[in-house]
Design a protein around this ligand. Sequence first.
Ligand code: ZN
Length: 273
Amino acid sequence: MRRLCIHTITNKPWSVEECIARYSAAGIGGITMWRYNLEGRDIRAVGRQTREAGMKIVSLCRGGFFPAATAEGRQKGIDDNRLAIEQAHELGTNLIVLVCGAAPGQPLTESRKQIADGIAAVLAEATAAGVRLAIEPLHPMYADDRSAVNTLRQANEICDALGSPEVLGIAADVYHIWWDPELKSQIAHTGKAGRLFALHICDWRTPTIDLLNDRGLMGEGCIPIRQISDWVDAAGFDGFREVEIFSNRLWAMDQAEYLGMIRTSYQRIFAEC
Ligand code: ZN
């Protein structure tokens, strides 16, 4: 379980304190926290508690959502990302995942430009706080309102345009990119450029009955998770494999039983002890 990390949203019914206690007891090495977990909490204390439980806080989810139809809306997005950088710093993680956003009705090219501008506006703060930013390309079914960045190639283009390789990189989530005919070569390119910052795993169910909240546990679907993870490792990545599953079906289960299923399915694929 050395490289296993779980996103707190995977066990959405649990509080952050429950996630820390349960994951730690299960021997899981990493945790990625979602910002909703931190509402009303002493963020530094949550960070301390996690480290005392023997876990690394792999990242904070999520920043992004830069595009908007109005300048006011775009500024709001930038301000929220500044807040996320502060929160990551207080929490003691050095990575924020960016779900970049899109404004429905606005051309995707314009949204991508606003995403690049928005990231550029917060790079200095991120650098000063020692927090890296990872652009997560999202499956094209979300291009209307969640992300105009839909492939590793597009994410790499933004990284190329902005420079700052030590701060700006990419989160590869198998759910969003498994279908991409350029996947293998783009993973290799991302690694070579030193910007492969994170790997998220789950599975694609057939049929998918909800565009957002019907993701599968690893092994329940058609994504070649092990193969993609091997490509990611071959590109020089040795970080955590982060289980991130949005699922109404799995959230309705007993979460302790579900955590056991996550460990079993992870072990089945990666045969770690
Ligand atoms: Zn993800």
